[in-house]
Design a protein around this ligand. Structure first.
Ligand SMILES: *Cc1c(COP(=O)(O)O)cnc(C)c1O
Length: 415
């Protein structure tokens, strides 16, 4: 076997890898679902575990040679149990969408009914959008946020549940800036005798650190991604009571996946260990404080935020009241030119389209990992506002880009 580096084997690819690393250093990653993992997580994900087939679970594998894979997966499981306090944890889902698929497969039959939040109100494709398998295999009805307040319309949810009689209610969202009332949704699920899946993909880290309330022990199933606020590298996770352990495990493998991505499970184990350190609580608290500072300053500039603020790591700007003629995509592109990377997003009551919506979603997990504090986030809010207000002004973009460069230089991601 050769011992050449990527640069030696494949200069073309190496250039793209280097370009991506530089891009992450030189821009502000404000996509609310993104973060920067540690060098240790990167190392685990790049390990020789990518070579192994470990179909099955620790101590019950289909193939020989799994002694170390067993150790790695058990570490990931044990640390996840400690972080979130779950009875049973499956760390094999390849991503958050696969985690949801695993739950559906475990407890639903094709044609069964899912009640979930509308995508344009903050839901996720895997909660039953027609473009996703879940919308094609299952019968889906949606609840919404209150158009006035931007908060989940819990009463509307209860009414829709009573009419629709779902088999499962999905809570947990992709673009919802407020704390979720898990118990309220559990009460609705109890009333209609439905399962409750709480998808904490975005807020896994906030829940682990105790800065957002936990649905573990309330909802029947809790799913998450491992690459967002928890910083453990790409992947998914399913938590449940012990009573569902066998159903979940056999739904994930052999139900819907083959061999687990053991190198990613190693990344999860390392990231979970880091998250058990008291420093992680400080990180999660700072992430929320930073989002709050960002929200306040954006509002001082006259921008309208869905729900009027945030309880978590993200803000959702509705451009329509302040900048009715400025589509979200124009702002997204102008901000990217200035080095601020975030996404145009639909807002409740969307009047444009999913491809060019009226909102902008911005999160603080990545900035906080780099070391940003509230003052820095207020500065970032000023920069965002300048671009929102003049997305076509090259001088403004250049000036903002220069200030972004000062910030990224002051806070390197990887030395
Ligand atoms: C991000 C996210 C997921 C998982 O997405 P993947 O890209 O498949 O990891 C699932 N649910 C919600 C609510 C999300 O925001």
């Amino acid at each position: 076997m050769t011992h050449e580096t990527v640069r030696e084997v494949d200069p073309e690819l190496a250039a793209a890898l280097g370009g991506e690393r530089d891009r992450q250093e030189d821009t502000l990653a404000m996509i609310a679902s993104e973060n920067h993992v540690s060098e240790a997580v990167l190392e685990a994900q790049g390990s020789a575990l990518t070579n192994i087939y470990a179909e099955g679970y620790p101590g019950k594998r289909y193939y020989a040679g799994c002694e170390y894979a067993d150790e790695v997966e058990q570490l990931a499981i044990d640390r996840a149990k400690e972080l979130w306090g779950a009875d049973h944890v499956n760390v094999q889902p390849h991503s958050g969408s696969q985690a949801n698929m695993g739950v559906y497969l475990a407890v639903l039959d094709p044609g069964d009914k899912i009640l979930s939040l509308d995508l344009t109100h903050g839901g996720h494709l895997s909660h039953g959008h027609p473009a996703n398998f879940a919308g094609q295999v299952y019968n889906v009805e949606q609840y919404e946020v209150d158009a006035e307040t931007g908060y989940i319309d819990y009463e509307g949810l209860a009414e829709t549940a009573a009419e629709f009689d779902p088999d499962i209610i999905v809570s947990g969202y992709s673009a919802y800036p407020r704390e979720v009332e898990w118990e309220t949704i559990q009460d609705v699920a109890d009333d209609v005798d439905a399962y409750h899946l709480a998808d904490i993909a975005h807020i896994t880290g906030l829940v682990a650190a105790g800065v957002h309330s936990s649905p573990v022990g309330i909802a029947d199933f809790v799913t998450g991604s491992t690459h967002k606020t928890i910083r453990a590298g790409r992947g998914g996770i399913i938590m449940s009571d012990e009573a569902f352990a066998d159903d979940i495990d056999s739904a994930v493998f052999p139900g819907m996946q083959g061999g687990p991505l053991m190198h990613n499970i190693a990344g999860k184990a390392v990231g979970f260990k880091e998250a058990l350190d008291p420093d992680f609580e400080t990180y999660a608290e700072q992430t929320v404080a930073n989002a709050d500072a960002l929200a306040e300053r954006l509002q001082e500039h006259g921008l309208e935020l869905v729900s009027g603020g945030t309880d978590n790591h993200l803000v959702l700007i509705d451009l329509r009241p302040s900048h009715p003629d400025t589509p979200g995509k124009d702002v997204e592109e102008a901000l990217e030119d200035a080095g601020i990377v975030l996404n145009a997003n639909t807002v409740p009551g969307e009047t444009r389209s999913a491809f060019n919506p009226s909102g902008i979603r911005a999160g603080t997990p990545g900035l906080t990992t780099r070391g940003f504090d509230e003052d820095d986030c207020r500065d970032v809010a000023d920069l965002i506002y300048e671009v929102v207000d003049a997305p076509d002004d090259e001088d403004v973009i250049d000036e903002v880009a220069a200030r972004v460069a000062e910030l990224t230089d002051a806070y390197p991601v990887y030395e």
